[in-house]
Design a protein around this ligand. Structure first.
Ligand code: 5GP
Length: 196
């Protein structure tokens, strides 16, 4: 019998590119992939739920998680800390289930060094002008913070070579379809199957 191995998909890209929106759209149409819930020291936004959007933790708790090696990766992202709980990811992969991480580029590079067999998808903005427009429109950041995110994006683009796929987010529905196709294709790859 042919059995599928669990595949780790890492969706990553610069701040404001639309990772969150694409992740939501994917999860709404694919029920056979588990989303890893990250831990963060950021304060919850009004619509966010502990344990669903993030595990919201204090700085001390986050430090404990690092020290006790509970995080597969972690990074400081624009003044807050974010990390991926290791056990959830490994346990689900072990069961043969696919896991999705939506994380920043520093985190993706750490996962790449520990689990190079994972599938790395870089979500790119069409250009910097469009990214600036999206960051302004989402109304979450000051002008200074937007400038920092744009400068960081330019540096982050240099890491694109470590990824397996690049999806340019021109239109959300098209980008979601491309990511979904990548997931489906990876599931059919011989490397990701065990032939019993
Ligand atoms: P937000 O605070 O807007 O939800 O997320 C801010 C940034 O942190 C986004 O770029 C998001 O992808 C990233 N992020 C969320 N969870 C993690 C994580 O577990 N690890 C890393 N490295 N980045 C994360």
């Amino acid at each position: 019998m042919i059995k599928k191995k669990g595949i780790l998909f890492v969706l990553s890209g610069p701040s404001g590119v639309g990772k969150g929106t694409i992740k939501e759209a994917l999860l709404n149409t694919m029920d056979d992939i588990c989303l890893s819930i990250s831990a963060t020291t950021r304060q919850p936004r009004s619509c966010e739920i502990h344990g669903e959007d993030y595990f919201f933790v204090e700085e001390n708790e986050f430090k404990d998680m690092i020290q006790s090696d509970k995080l597969l990766e972690w990074a400081d992202v624009y003044a807050n800390r974010y990390g991926t709980p290791r056990d959830f990811v490994l346990e689900n992969l072990h069961k043969g289930l696919d896991v999705l991480l939506e994380i920043d580029i520093q985190g993706a590079l750490q996962v790449k060094s520990k689990m190079p067999e994972a599938v790395f998808i870089f979500l790119s903005p069409p250009n910097l002008e469009e990214l600036a427009r999206r960051l302004c429109n989402r109304g979450q950041d000051s002008e200074e913070s937007i400038d920092l995110r744009l400068a960081t994006c330019e540096a982050e683009m240099a890491h694109i070579k470590y990824y397996n796929y690049v999806v340019i987010n021109n239109r959300i529905d098209e980008a979601v379809e491309k990511v979904r196709s990548i997931i489906q294709a990876e599931r059919c790859k011989l490397n990701n199957l065990s032939l019993g």
